[in-house]
Design a protein around this ligand. Sequence first.
Ligand code: MG
Length: 174
Amino acid sequence: MANSASSERGAASLLHGLRCGLGMDVHAFAKGRKLILGGVEIPHEVGLDGHSDADALAHAVSDALLGAARAGDIGKLFPDTDPAYKDADSLRLLSEVAEHIRSLGFAILDVDAVLAAQAPKLSPYRDQMRENLACAMAIPVENVGVKATTTEHLGFVGREEGICAYATCLVMKE
Ligand code: MG
């Protein structure tokens, strides 16, 4: 028991300052809109609906960072009732989020994300998305992961009604 408590204390001191964050975002498909994910414009017959450019991947990563810093969420930072964010470039918003959490004393160590989409096929665009997200957050591309999956035709994603993005991140309070 004593050994287990002391190894827990050791781990706690090792992890001191590390925080993880989780973000998730969904946007519905709509005609006449662009499909932009991780800042990449992807050819498709429909795009994603939203007040900004509806980049669900950039939004999920932004919320993961804000969650790790316990600094609210992008809805609070960039309200969809504010005309300033109409059709906003979400990579620019992600840059602002990264700067904001740095100003709170956090270093961004690592980010991983997964996109759930039945269509179109997203894997050809993964590396460009990683580059764009890394550049927006000013971190090395090696520290940004992006994956894509279908949902085997199940649920709203499987019915091709929209796209879902999840992201996690690791940050450290300096
Ligand atoms: Mg969103």
